[in-house]
Design a protein around this ligand. Structure first.
Ligand code: NA7
Length: 552
């Protein structure tokens, strides 16, 4: 592996070596010719896919869309094995990308960024790592993901447990031997729902501690042959073009039709067909499912009936049926044999909504009505989403302004890309962009390309500072919030709205207007000379530098 350069001054520092950061590095270094350092907290590339090797971890996007589109040769040479890619396969893909484009020589692994401070006189960012190293860069670009700040609840007695405990987002790379063990899992979000069937097949007994039941659709994962992918590969140009301008970032058909326009029989037939095919595609076809409670109720009730069909014990089935939120107002899930797993003799569903966990003891978990002796506890308890990853870094802009304090009542960023008071800081898939509602590889590429274009624009004009304008930012934040208010996302206590983190302001800082509309907006901003941004010129910068020097 090539040694990483020892410099302390860079054109750009990127934080995070997941999908977003790797492509950002590639653009800045190989297209713009900038000097770049990328800091990554993990020991390898992959981001989410590095940290989450828990049993059953898999992406819920069709594999042929869960890769970059920027390089045609890469698209042709990579071969997925099945309908959805599993965590180890995605990690192999991202390692392949890192090798193929020789990215590692610019990445410093095992290094968490602790702080970043804008040096006003120099118009540079000073970046400090947890090891105390300091470097300076003109641009700071965060590629830190939306679901990377882990959240293991401080349940009373948590550290007193005498057995082993694991968190899905820090799962050991060598795996965990669950065979013959009594395992308790807390959490039934995506990580729980994916891992529970796999853990149940290994454990002596699996206790699932469920606070909120979730809607889930069968994934219908299967191995796909080469011919399937070969066909896709001949059609990739059209698939990407369609996806780039679609709301979700996938080439799904979507229409303005309402599910309510279908007769009861047509709906049933449509939903049954979608259920048999598996995956999210059939629900994306009718946008009113996310907007209109009546359309949503039809889908919600359909899924409830499927849960009752799948689970043999009626009492257990009722506990698994979600009744307190509409479908998709919490992150919708797809699964492989999740509900069927509760038919196994070695699986017990523990209802902690009505009988909450009171304490973790050296022996296991004590709830309000019982005590469970365990060898292993698995926390599948989610994340401080979207803003959490930013709050872990002490980011200070002009006048020492803290980003965390500025965002105390909710994040404020123009296009989700930049925040007033924080010049030359770009946030990939940041709050106010489509991020978690969109295909991540595609929105990563869109941001990387937009950011590199604006940096190129600045370089061509010899200007060195760019900053979002407060008025443009306020207008965008209002727009994002108004759109979110019209959706059903606001009705559930989910990580989307920060409800899983005590004290977090209840906002949904994600642009729900669709990826295509967002892309068009970003393109328009660029075409209008980056309207909404102030782009300073070098002469003014030098003047300021001289002034600051005289004052010092
Ligand atoms: P999620 O979806 O946030 O799920 C976390 C689960 O953990 C959820 O069932 C929570 O119940 C439960 N939880 C969290 N804290 C507690 C406490 N204190 N006690 C009991 N139960 C708790 O995280 P995931 O990792 O599964 O998935 C995150 C995203 O990754 C997913 O949406 C995809 O985008 C990929 P709650 O629902 O809050 O009652």
């Amino acid at each position: 592996m090539a040694a990483i350069a020892k410099s302390t001054e860079f054109d750009a520092v990127v934080i995070g070596a997941g999908f977003t950061g790797l492509y950002m590095l590639r653009r800045l270094r190989d297209v713009l010719g900038l000097s770049v350092r990328l800091y990554e907290a993990g020991g390898g590339v992959g981001g989410t896919w590095y940290w989450n090797p828990y049993p059953g971890a898999r992406c819920d996007t069709d594999s042929y869309m869960y890769n970059y589109s920027f390089d045609k040769d890469l698209l042709q040479e990579w071969q997925w094995s099945g309908r959805y890619p599993e965590q180890p396969e995605i990690l192999r893909y991202l390692n392949h990308v890192a090798d193929r484009f020789d990215l590692r020589r610019n990445i410093q692994f095992d290094t968490r960024v602790a702080a970043a401070r804008f040096l006003e006189g120099k118009s540079r960012w000073e970046i400090e790592t947890e090891r105390g190293e300091k470097v300076v860069a003109q641009f700071l670009i965060t590629a830190i993901g939306a679901l990377s700040a882990g959240q293991v609840p401080a349940i009373k007695g948590r550290d007193s447990f005498a057995g082993e405990s694991y968190y899905t987002n820090a799962w050991p790379h060598g795996g965990v031997d669950l065979v013959g063990k009594r395992v308790g899992v807390i959490g039934t979000g995506s990580s729980g729902v994916q891992s529970i069937p796999v853990m149940a097949a290994q454990a002596r007994h699996l206790y699932v501690f469920q606070r909120t039941p979730n809607f889930s659709i069968p994934a219908r994962h299967q191995v796909m042959d080469r011919e399937f992918f070969q066909d896709i590969k001949t059609r990739y140009d059209a698939i990407w073009e369609k996806s780039r301008w679609s709301p979700s970032g996938y080439p799904f058909e979507s229409s303005d039709r309402s599910l309510l326009e279908l007769s009861a029989e047509e709906r049933r037939e449509y939903l049954e067909r979608g259920w048999a095919r598996g995956g999210f595609e059939f629900v994306y076809a009718f946008q009113d499912i996310f907007l209109d409670r009546r359309a949503n109720d039809i889908v919600s009730e359909f899924i409830r009936s499927k849960i009752r069909e799948a689970v043999k014990d009626p009492e257990t089935a009722e506990k698994l049926v979600p009744t307190d939120h509409p479908f998709a107002s919490k992150r919708p899930l797809i699964d492989t044999n999740y509900f069927e797993t509760y038919n196994r003799d070695n699986v017990t569903l523990v209802d902690i909504r009505h009988f909450p966990i009171q304490e973790i003891t050296p022996k296991g978990i004590r709830t309000a009505d019982s005590e469970y002796e365990l060898d292993i506890i698995v926390f599948a308890t989610g994340f401080d989403a979207i803003t959490g990853p930013f709050n872990r870094i002490d980011i200070r802009g002009r006048g020492g302004l803290s980003l965390k304090e500025k965002w105390a009542e909710g994040p404020k960023a123009y296009l989700g890309l930049a925040s007033a008071g924080f010049p030359n800081l770009f946030m990939m898939t940041g709050p106010g962009s489509p991020s978690v509602l969109h295909s991540y590889p595609l929105c990563s590429e869109q941001h990387a390309e937009w950011i590199s274009a604006v940096i190129e624009h600045m370089r061509e004009r010899g200007v060195s500072v760019i900053e979002a304008e407060a008025a443009a930012e306020a207008e965008w934040v209002t727009h994002v919030n108004e759109l979110a208010e019209q959706t059903l996302f606001m009705l559930a206590d989910s990580w989307y709205v920060g409800a899983n983190i005590p004290g977090k302001p209840r906002v949904f800082p994600v642009y729900v207007g669709g990826g295509g509309a967002y892309r068009a907006k970003c393109d328009e901003v660029a075409a209008m000379g980056y309207i909404g941004f102030t782009i300073g010129d070098r002469a003014a910068d030098l003047q300021k530098l001289k002034h600051d020097h005289q004052m010092a």
